[in-house]
Design a protein around this ligand. Sequence first.
Ligand SMILES: [Mg+2]
Length: 177
Amino acid sequence: MKNVFFPNFAVASVLELGVDRLRAIGAKALLLDVDCTLKEYQKQEPEPEIIQWLRSLEDSGFRLCLLSNGVGRRISRVATALSLPFVAKACKPFPRGVRKATRLLGVEPNETALVGDQIFADILAGNLAGATTILVKPIKPEQERWFTRIKRPPESIVVKSFWKKCPDGGWSGISQN
Ligand SMILES: [Mg+2]
């Protein structure tokens, strides 16, 4: 049985998630955590190469939605700047927000990949909802609020044990061009 704290896959950055890789794992839609996954917590929007990555996925037909525990006003500003739909106050690790986002996009959880940097929020929520989960290394986690930072040491135990079990991030056996 799958460990509910383990992601299906892990990468250093979202930029490693190319179209072929995402198609190979059967993802039609991506639910994207915002802070430390797409952008630094204190920045208003992602770096240009990440915005370019988002556009290239959209151009290839992937449905995208931001999925954040952040408050509506702040996340809606990011979503508007990126022209993407969003679910804020998602209450991750509970799966409710994931289901709301899949309904918004008109997809099923099992054809959805949830991409995020926190085990005890993103990965747990995605696993509980039945989505494919992809862990990314957090961008500048030292900028985050204290109640997120205190979760990092116990998370790092899970992350280390995942990498020990899956040194390739879970990607071996996935055909990628
Ligand atoms: Mg995050």
